[in-house]
Write a protein that binds this ligand. Structure first.
Ligand code: PEP
Ligand code: MN
Length: 339
């Protein structure tokens, strides 16, 4: 961290600041330039609040030199992380996976949808048993019974399951039920108690970006999970809220290469929640592949018009068949280009 001070700062004021910084256990390196005085802060800069430092009268500007996320940072872990999701499915470092299934687990149609998405080439099954709904009167999910249906489908089809955990008190239940991947949803992207709780397990976590979360906030959320001891984090771009109203969210595909640049963690993209409309899911799934996503999460429902949640963005199994074919086509072009 570097603090740039006004040239007019008195020696006494600079001395006070230096001893305040050193009092926090850091070392300082002061240099006097023509137009400003620069203090380099060396050591554990997490002990300093950069905003507090910047608010001081003699301080003009504070600049971070290194990012506050360490475990998620590619700088300290240059190789791509590959997360083992169980059932022989690994994601990251060139291993690409498609997670597909209904928004909500609703009952017996789950297994029928699961068979179709597997036949189309999806490698992981999704479905929410605990649903974060904007309205308390909307369908809230089947709860623990939904987890059992997911497990049955997983056993029959030998596929890992991905399902959302909303409450830190439920993490133990998810572990007991053998859930392969716990999803932390956009609405919980900064639920620090939940992030810490899933961080205490070794179960892979699909961490979605908050709907108004920055890329750095997503990485700091990953850092929460990793700092508790769970290195198995998969990042997910699912669209952010902007002024645009023609789609449910704005798919920030910039985030895919940016996250790859900043972090070694696998990056999944979710064109279903990012667009909100079936007609836009396939083109944006293809775009996400082209941008370098390590995987996709796509909602599929046998009868979208009857879905208990997110029917407007669901692909039918037939539509998903075609989308998977085109995903394979895009991926083969990218692979050929990389040779
Ligand atoms: C979901 O995956 O069904 C979901 C609720 O996603 P998000 O948290 O991205 O809105
Ligand atoms: Mn959904």
């Amino acid at each position: 961290m570097i603090a740039i001070l006004r040239k007019t700062a008195s020696d006494e004021a600079v001395g006070h600041l230096v001893s305040w910084i050193e009092g926090k256990g850091l070392q300082t390196d002061v240099s006097y330039g023509e137009n400003e005085i620069v203090i380099g802060l060396v050591g554990d800069t997490t002990r300093i609040d950069p905003f507090l430092l910047e608010s001081m009268d003699i301080v003009e500007r504070v600049q971070r030199v290194s990012e506050p996320f360490k475990k998620a940072n590619r700088k300290f872990h240059p190789a791509d992380t590959v997360v083992d999701c169980g059932h022989g499915v690994r994601i990251g470092g060139g291993a690409f996976q498609v997670i597909a299934g209904p928004c909500s687990v609703e009952g017996d149609n789950l297994i029928a949808i699961a068979r179709r998405v597997k036949a189309a080439g999806a490698t992981m099954l999704r479905g929410g048993a605990f649903k974060p709904r904007t309205s308390p009167y909307a369908y809230q999910g089947m709860g623990a019974a939904g987890l059992d249906l997911l497990r049955e489908a997983s056993e029959e089809l030998d596929m890992p399951i991905v399902t959302e955990v909303m409450d830190p008190r439920d993490v133990g239940l998810f572990v007991d039920k053998g859930i392969d991947v716990m999803q932390v949803g956009a609405r919980n992207a900064q639920n620090f108690s939940l992030l810490k709780e899933v961080g205490k397990t070794q179960v892979p976590v699909l961490l979605k970006r908050g709907m108004s979360g920055t890329i750095d906030e997503l990485l700091m959320a990953a850092e929460y999970i990793m700092s508790e001891g769970n290195p198995n984090v998969i990042l997910c771009e699912r669209g952010i809220r902007t002024f645009e109203t023609r789609t449910r969210n704005t798919f920030d595909l910039n985030a895919v290469p940016v996250l790859h640049h900043l972090s070694h963690l696998p990056v999944v993209a979710d064109p279903s929640h990012a667009t909100g409309y079936t007609r836009y899911v396939e083109p944006m799934a293809l775009a996400a592949c082209a941008a370098g996503a390590d995987g996709l999460e796509i909602e599929v429902h046998d009868r979208p018009e009857r879905a208990w949640s997110d029917g407007a963005q669901a692909l039918t199994p037939d539509q998903f068949d075609r989308t998977m074919e085109r995903i394979r086509a895009i991926r083969s072009v990218i692979a050929a280009d990389g040779e």
